[in-house]
Design a protein around this ligand. Structure first.
Ligand code: ZN
Length: 144
């Protein structure tokens, strides 16, 4: 990820309705159409910059379009929602983070004994900050 990538110019809110994003800049990861207003279809979703790999959430309504660079924890959450999981720690004692039944779960494994503990997104945010390098590796791996 680089601050000098041209995707920086797309961030923020523009007073333009129902945006069309540049194919050379972005790949659309998720798109959700929000109805049809006389041919204009507001939509929202996620984009990935083809040049630097940064991801963005966007919301394009009839009156404005907002593009927001995703933080690490948002990107991790998006991957977990797609069915990925992340293991932190190793050996006989570690924790695995995943979404199960649409709940964020930390599964602790201690000497073969496992326990599912529901956690908040805030807690996951702390874990991602604490293990920044590890989660950057996961995000690279999940990118494909
Ligand atoms: Zn970029």
């Amino acid at each position: 990820m680089s601050d000098s990538c041209s995707c920086v110019a797309w961030e923020g809110t523009e007073p333009q309705h129902v945006a069309v994003f540049s194919d050379t800049q972005f790949e659309t990861l998720v798109r959700e159409d929000l109805g049809d207003y006389h041919g204009a279809v507001p939509h929202r979703g996620r984009l990935r910059c083809k040049k630097c790999g940064a991801t963005f959430a966007y919301d394009s309504s009839l009156t404005s379009t907002t593009v927001t660079r995703e933080s690490d924890v948002v990107r991790v959450l998006a991957a977990l929602r797609e069915g990925k999981d992340a293991q932190v720690g190793g050996g006989r004692s570690f924790a695995t983070y995943a979404i199960k039944d649409s709940r964020l779960i930390m599964t602790t494994s201690d000497d073969g004994y496992t326990e599912d503990i529901p956690i908040t997104e805030e807690r996951l945010g702390e874990v991602v900050l604490e293990h920044r390098v590890l989660f950057h590796d996961y995000l690279d791996m999940w990118k494909r």
